[in-house]
Design a protein around this ligand. Structure first.
Ligand code: RP5
Length: 163
């Protein structure tokens, strides 16, 4: 097994149904990753350890998903120099996921989190693949093939409905 290049972390097991889309994308592009649960509020020491160890264990970026008072992506970004991609997870219906979006998006200057759309874990996986693909020709080739796949799907749907 090759060493993981991307770390996928999430605040709770309940986030997995959303966050698994990031893992699926990384699988599609053949990028080794690790996936685990790290809660900013329930396991703060584990979060500090994870953030501080990430560079030394060879990760190149981190995808962090959380919902509600979603402090995990921002706190991990504070603990590492790796790029952190934040996935706001809609974990309750109370305020339509705005809590998650704003908690992850509104980072202070100097500590960015590249935030995707609500429940946008697939896009987070693609961004991570693009970070790796900037330096890895094999991944770059797969990303180019994916763009063609997207274009072909649209062209097929145009053919299907055009009169
Ligand atoms: C956050 O609280 C997690 O990221 C999750 O989205 C939300 C709810 O967690 P559970 O109560 O389902 O464990 O920390």
């Amino acid at each position: 097994m090759s060493k993981p290049l991307v770390g996928i972390i999430m605040g709770s097991q309940s986030d997995l149904k959303i966050m698994s889309a990031a893992a699926d994308m990384l699988d599609k592009f053949g990028i080794p990753f690790e996936l685990t649960i790290v809660s900013a509020h329930r396991t703060p020491e584990r979060m500090v350890e994870y953030g501080q160890a990430a560079v030394d264990k060879g990760l190149k970026c981190i995808i962090a998903g959380a919902g509600g008072a979603a402090h995990l992506p921002g706190m991990v970004a504070a603990l590492t120099t790796l790029p952190v991609i934040g996935v706001p997870v809609k974990s309750s219906n109370s305020i339509d996921g705005w809590d998650s979006v704003l908690s992850i998006l509104q980072m202070p200057s100097g500590v960015p989190v590249a935030t995707v759309a609500l429940d946008g874990a697939a896009n987070a996986g693609i961004i991570a693949a693009q970070i790796i693909g900037a330096f890895d020709a094999a991944v770059q080739k797969k990303l180019q093939a994916y763009k063609i796949e997207l274009k072909t799907k649209v062209e097929e749907s145009v053919e299907a409905i055009d009169k």
